[in-house]
Design a protein around this ligand. Sequence first.
Ligand code: LMR
Length: 426
Amino acid sequence: LLNQIELAPPDKILGLTETFNNDTNPSKVNLTVGIYKDNYGKVTTFPSISKAQKLIDRELGLNKNLSYLPIKGGKDYAENVKHFLYDESCSSSTNLVAGSEKNYGKQLIDNNRISFAQTLSGTGALAISAKFLALFISKKVWIPNFSWANHMNIFNKNGFKDIHYYSYYDVKSGQLTVDNWLNDLKEKVSKDKSPEPHCIILHACCHNPTGLDPTREDWDKIIDTINELKMIPIIDMAYQGLESGNLIQDAYLLRKCIDPKYVWDNGLFLCQSFAKNMGLYGERVGSLSIVAPSHSPPRVKEAVDSQLKRIIRSIYSSPPGYGSRVANLVLSDPGLKSQWFKDVNIMVNRLQGIRDQLSTNLDWSTVNDSQQHGMFYFTRFSLPVVQELRDKYSIYLTDDGRLSLSGINDSNIEYVCDTFKKIENQ
Ligand code: LMR
């Protein structure tokens, strides 16, 4: 049987860095993976993070304890992350959901409605969600077209056999297609009479790969529809802070979804990551929370918690310690936390600066328009153009034409822009 195994295709994002590393062209430029790099091409360690690292190593001695973490991660981490996500990010002063004055997120914590697990970043949270959902609730999911290349892979490899795509973006116009999105759901989900509910992946902000997010008015319509169709929202929040430069503001979708006017009978799933906004990529730091509906008795949350533990134990036993200690310290120390907020803002300003430079150097009118957010620009280059850029010029974008902005810096911007002009004028 081993002889019959077919070659799997290379990963659509990480696989390209392998190819890039083997490229001998000295002018090569890697604009594939979403890693924030500074103007010198270095993966950035934010000041808040390096201060926390020093404290952990030298003063607190936390790394002396190399024992296992609990299956669902440390208690402090759970408390601090829940506080950050559901209390601070959902607090009434920032709660822009019309008419709501209460901090519903804090109520969820106080009423013990959130099943929480520290996960191996956002990917781990999505994979555990998929396993959990496929085992107990649903094997049907809707993914935006376009989406992060790994979404389909994660759901497909974790038990989902019924994968659908909703219209999100029109390549020709470069615009979102919210009306088509809603029509897709209304037409297809409402016609399905089986009792199995449909899940839906929602990018909380900085949509990957297009960089275009629905407006708040659009989100209001979208969430109303998803609620009417009794779908299960799975919020993928990998880029909190990278939309506006303000971590709290960017949690609009979460704030919106926890409004008690929505009753998510089968839970609300939040898959969150500190990879990008803390620059903790390789440390794999994130979380999964499943919010139980208000009408559910306490045993529901207990059962969910216990099953999450069982799933995690069967895959990787318990999460790694170091990165989560760093994140925990940043979240729990007011000085480090305010430095972190500044660090995120500085990163977003540099990304905006690159957008402005591209817009000046090229005739790209949309690259710095106010609807564009996050680490990526979606060039709408066709696959043959992307391949030519790679093969002839050693400029690497993902196959869908996505460009990771921070890979551009003072030493390569001229080469990148000249090449793009050449390609566009062919
Ligand atoms: C990306 O889209 O480049 C990042 O989310 C990294 C990854 O894991 O794919």
